[in-house]
Design a protein around this ligand. Structure first.
Ligand code: CO
Length: 280
């Protein structure tokens, strides 16, 4: 029995429809104005379409510096190539974790001409001391993602951090991210610990759930209050959601497109390094 008080929903957020890359339609759920509230997370994009015109052009070569990108593919096939020589095919249920560090140029191009392409890209900030570390990249196919199913039929895929004693494929010091994909049958409860220091949110991508008195519908983000060390929720219909939490860095955030540093000077340096071919 859970006797801990649960975090509650502090704010509901509806994403903004936009396009990025060479014209990929997506919903930007975590936008710039939430970067302080949800520190260390900088961005969350949700993409999902069965219309190839909305995804086929993909994301041709573009740079990143100063943070990490986490792509979680629910359905579809996307090929990644980068300037550090990494290449991988990201597909159904797989995760790609890329630490841009001091700089990487990469492309993400769909390897399908029809069917559904659905998933998320999350940007996780790096602390000032790690922004210029070498780029790093790993692909985790779906079978590599640890999963558990509770007695009431809730299945939890643990991408990062841990949940109810099950550790994910990725751990990070400093930001200590937790990234779960939770599938609930209607009526089921789910509870997991989140350190009280962590900023946290859920994003519901199927069905509806309730936290306390607040219902969170499909395609809504619920920002969780920072007043308890766990969260408990109930599915009001068959539901799927991601739960994301991390320890805030509390450092200045200066973003210019795909570069996220601590000062304007560092942004100018990033642009200069990129234009002069110093991104590897
Ligand atoms: Co990118």
């Amino acid at each position: 029995m859970n006797t801990q008080p649960s975090r509650s929903i502090e704010q509901l957020v509806e994403g903004v429809l936009t396009s990025d890359g060479a014209g990929v339609k997506l919903t930007r759920v975590l936008t710039g104005k939430l970067q302080r509230r949800l520190d260390p997370f900088l961005m969350l994009d949700a993409f999902g379409s069965d219309d190839p015109d909305e995804y086929i052009a993909g994301f041709p070569d573009h740079p990143h510096r100063g943070f990490e990108t986490v792509t979680y593919m629910l359905a579809g096939k996307m090929r990644h190539k980068d300037s550090a020589g990494h290449e991988g095919l990201l597909q159904n249920g797989g995760v790609q974790w890329m630490t841009a560090g001091r700089g990487v140029i990469h492309s993400e191009i769909p390897e399908q001409e029809e069917g559904v392409m659905e998933g998320f890209q999350l940007w996780l900030n790096l602390p000032a001391t790690q922004k210029m570390k070498p780029a790093w990249y790993r692909d985790f196919p779906t079978e590599a993602i640890p999963e558990y199913t509770s007695a009431n039929g809730v299945t939890v895929r643990v991408i990062a951090g841990q949940s109810n004693g099950v550790a994910g494929v990725i751990t990070r010091d400093t930001t200590e991210p937790i990234y779960l994909d939770v599938h609930l049958p209607a009526g089921a409860n789910f509870q997991t610990d989140i350190p009280v220091t962590h900023n946290a949110f859920i994003y519901v991508y199927r069905g509806t759930v309730a936290i306390g008195e607040t219902q969170v519908d499909s395609r809504r983000m619920g920002i969780l209050s920072n007043d308890a060390d766990s969260v408990a929720l109930t599915a009001t219909s068959d539901a799927r959601l991601i739960l994301v939490a991390g320890c805030p860095l509390k450092e200045p955030i200066v973003q210019y497109g795909p570069f996220v540093m601590n000062t304007q000077e560092e942004i100018h340096q990033a642009l200069d390094d990129y234009r002069n071919g110093r991104f590897i």
